[in-house]
Design a binder for this molecule. Structure first.
Ligand code: AKG
Length: 274
């Protein structure tokens, strides 16, 4: 068993995860952590908007209202600390079923799309922008000792409060264990909105989810801006998401106990929990 796996989810949280493919962990981050993460992401955004390049950070924009920034751990200490958070890594290891490595870090800062057709937006309770999943039940998941496991798990930190109109992540609960095609699941779920769940959260809450769960960013209807930070994890022999490779010299400068999480140095010597 990995020596980092000292704490796990409670049995109720684990049951929720196994049934629905996610669990919301309330008030995990302290107000200082939230402040530092929020400020560093806002700073990166404003520098990028003023024309700075902040390598190795990459960005994707949707109009002026949505920016995604990725590969963040080298940018600010708080972002690195989030990626190796001692309260979260053991929970992720519980779901992965062993030692993990960081696969990606991404942040999204978004607002209501000023071009959106409001009557159309308001005609549906849920407004998923693009449902997707990063792995699939059957090859990206397994059952061990009766518990569901997934080889790709994310922690998504809400750094601003998200109420019902503020774009909390939309999920299709239970889809983490479906071998249906993604398209069929999405069509069926959109035809009956009772099958969807949209997260409402306070800053500092964490959405822990399996990437086999179909999920989507949600259009914002309010005037509030949303800031989130995502870290993805896999077993140690997997690769980072393209663009999320971390500079070996930076890794060598880190405290020895966190280096393996960022580098995946255990590789095929993966320490399983079983
Ligand atoms: O923006 C969100 O709420 C969801 C982000 C997402 O889809 C992802 O990290 O894969």
């Amino acid at each position: 068993m990995s020596n980092r796996t000292k704490v796990g989810l409670t049995s109720s949280q684990r049951l929720h995860f196994d049934i629905y493919g996610f669990v919301i962990l309330r008030q995990v981050l302290t107000s200082n952590e939230i402040k530092e993460l929020y400020q560093s992401l806002q700073l990166a955004k404003s520098m990028i908007e003023k024309g700075s390049k902040l390598p190795p950070i990459y960005t994707h924009r949707i109009g002026k209202h949505h920016i995604l920034m990725g590969n963040l751990v080298q940018y600010h200490k708080s972002l690195l600390e989030y990626a190796v958070h001692p309260k979260l890594i053991p929970l992720v290891e519980d779901i992965v079923g062993g030692e993990v490595r960081l696969e990606e870090t991404e942040a999204i800062i978004n607002r209501r799309d000023p071009e959106s057709n409001l009557p159309k937006v308001n005609s549906h309770r849920y407004q998923p922008i693009a449902f997707h999943r990063g792995t699939k039940h059957g090859w990206g998941t397994y059952i061990e000792q009766d518990k569901f496991h997934c080889v790709f798990v994310k922690t998504l930190a809400y750094l601003t409060d998200v109420g019902r109109d503020d774009g909390g992540t939309t999920l299709i609960p239970g889809s983490h264990r479906l071998t249906w095609s993604e398209k069929d699941v999405v069509e069926a779920a959109l035809a009956d909105e009772n099958l969807l769940y949209q997260v409402e959260a306070k800053a500092g809450d964490i959405l822990l989810f399996a990437e086999s769960l179909i999920h989507s960013t949600t259009a914002i209807r309010s005037e509030n801006e949303r800031t989130i930070l995502v870290a993805g994890y896999t077993p140690t022999m997997f690769q980072p998401w393209p663009g999320n490779e971390v500079d070996p010299e930076f890794i060598a400068s880190l405290p020895p106990e966190i280096q393996p999480i960022i580098s995946g140095s255990s590789s095929w010597h993966w320490q399983r929990n079983y």
